[in-house]
Design a protein around this ligand. Structure first.
Ligand code: F6P
Length: 518
């Protein structure tokens, strides 16, 4: 980050330590209307933040100095932005209309056609000789699960899925057991989603379901019901998938940005290809907004700058995300991967150790439930936690009073965090307020709005990575643990439960980072 602007921002941030948010509103009553950006169906009000015109101007200078404009162009033109893996990050192409002269776009649209015809075959019971598919088990983890799962949860608010979706991610055998209890073998499809097709959780869960299925039927019958979604088709073929059972995606799609590819197939199966297309259209709308809108009116850019402001200049190490929408309950978990896997870095693109913090810790859950769990800390705890509140203007249901109460609660929390107040004369009944939040409002939890929301956070993450000069598209930090787990497993005897002594042994001989035993 530019040193001079950083110093100026640090000085400005220090002046805010003494200023109450309410005083900012008194000094400028128009800020509630002015500190606001919008794009179709989506609004961000950021007036309840420790910011004024000068702070915003300096944050925008920081963005300008970081070459964000060139980098966002580079993202969309498919340049190699993932330097450590020598790859582009072309997830925006996945949701763009067909570009007949772009070979990748042509392939993307071929896979979309393959998905559409598969969905039609399922609907007309043509997948497994006249069998009605009632259940789809989606095996996959991380980016091969989280996006699809939250979209499914969100859409099931207003749409009835055509089949039951079951997600199987954890290597904990209870997860597989629970799926086995819920489905009928004859009428179930199995989708194995893995970019690499080497992830042990996914391969183990696949093997376990295969063993379970073949207790009653042949292996051939099982494989007929299995489809692979992967960027490594050869590995799927090694596991006996036929070519026609493979939906391909590409190594230039990061796992956590892959929902828009065939990874989203469960959504198309459960809610129809047209719904999946609406999701893509929403994300594509946000792509256009991010690419073409000046920074001060740009939703992802403004949100990124506010998040940088709190992490780097006011020193708040965590951020809460609280959707006032039960169906977005798992959205914070999705963001944990998107933000912390992308931005949890301490080395810059040139390989130098960073001198400033990057990703905060992201946490949260749905409101109003959270109010009865962790909001005490948000209001009166010893640390300040900036919050992103997310709500939808229109409900998915007919219970208008429920929705009004939900919105009233969300608005009340955001207001109270700012104003504080007193509900008792004694000290414990006193709320200091002065706690910042953003308020993101979407029209309705439609597939289109959901696509916009997810793409908003993707581009926000990208913007932060550019300003911090880090690579948002690699995740080396998760690799070492995977290797050590394989190593520990290699020392165990298959089918013999690990003992206390086995566990103790790993503490006696831990592997050090340089590969030597202590
Ligand atoms: O462990 C993290 C990760 O590498 C994620 O980036 C990825 O989404 C997930 O594992 C699953 O990987 P795959 O799709 O290759 O199975």
């Amino acid at each position: 980050m530019d040193k001079i602007i950083t110093q100026q921002l640090t000085d400005i941030a220090n002046t805010f330590r003494e200023r109450h948010l309410c005083a900012l509103f008194e000094a400028d009553p128009s800020r509630g209307r002015r500190y606001y950006v919008e794009t179709a169906n989506l609004w961000l009000n950021y007036s309840r933040n420790h910011l004024d015109d000068s702070a915003i101007e300096h944050l925008l200078m920081l963005a300008n100095k970081s070459a964000l404009d060139e980098k966002r162009q580079a993202l969309f033109s498919g340049e190699t932005l993932n330097q450590s893996e020598t790859r582009a990050a072309k997830h925006t192409l996945l949701r763009a209309p067909l570009k007949p002269h772009d070979a990748d776009s042509v392939e993307i649209h071929q896979v979309l056609k393959q998905m559409a015809s598969f969905v039609a075959d399922i609907q007309s019971n043509q997948i497994i000789a006249d069998t009605v598919i009632t259940d789809v088990v989606c095996i996959g983890i991380g980016g091969s699960e989280l996006g699809t799962r939250i979209v499914h949860q969100a859409l099931s608010a207003s749409m009835r899925p055509r089949v039951q979706l079951h997600f199987l991610a954890n290597i904990d055998g209870t997860a597989a057991k629970s799926v086995m209890r819920r489905v009928t073998k004859e009428s179930t499809l199995f989708l194995i989603t893995s970019k690499t097709f080497t992830t042990i959780e996914t391969l183990q869960n696949f093997a376990t379901l295969k063993a379970w299925f073949t207790q009653d039927f042949t292996e051939q019958a099982f494989m007929k019901r299995c489809y692979a979604i992967t960027a490594n088709p050869d590995a799927a073929i090694d596991l006996k998938f036929e070519n026609k059972q493979i939906f391909k995606f590409w190594d230039w799609v990061g796992g956590r940005f892959s929902l828009w590819s065939a990874v989203g197939l469960p959504i198309a199966i459960a809610y129809g290809m047209e719904t999946f297309s609406e999701l893509l259209a929403g994300a594509n709308q946000m792509d256009g907004h991010f690419l073409h809108t000046p920074f001060h009116e740009n939703l992802p850019v403004m949100l990124a700058l506010i998040h940088i402001w709190y992490g780097n200049f006011l020193g708040y190490p965590t951020r809460a995300v609280i959707p006032y929408a039960q169906k977005l309950e798992k959205f914070p978990a999705y963001l944990q991967q998107l933000e912390m896997e992308s931005l949890g870095k301490s080395i810059d693109i040139e390989g130098q150790r960073l001198q400033y913090p990057t990703s905060p810790i992201i946490w949260g859950s749905a409101g109003s439930n959270g109010q009865h769990a962790f909001f005490q800390l948000l209001h009166q705890g010893s640390q300040i936690v900036p919050v992103d509140f997310i709500a939808a203007l229109e409900p998915e249901h007919e219970f208008v009073d429920h929705h009004n109460a939900l919105l009233a609660n969300c608005l009340a929390q955001s207001q109270t965090l700012m104003t504080g107040g007193a509900i008792d004369k004694k000290e414990h009944g006193h709320f200091n307020g002065n706690r910042p939040s953003n308020f993101i409002l979407m029209q309705k939890l439609t597939p289109f709005c959901l696509g916009q929301l997810l793409a908003l956070y993707e581009h926000k993450v990208f913007t932060q990575s550019v300003i911090w000069n880090i690579n948002a598209f690699d995740q080396w930090g998760v690799e070492l643990g995977k290797r050590i787990a394989s190593d520990i497993l290699a020392h165990q005897t298959p089918n013999r439960p690990m003992t206390f002594a086995d566990i103790q042994a790993t503490f006696s001989h831990p592997h050090c980072a340089d590969g030597k035993n202590t």
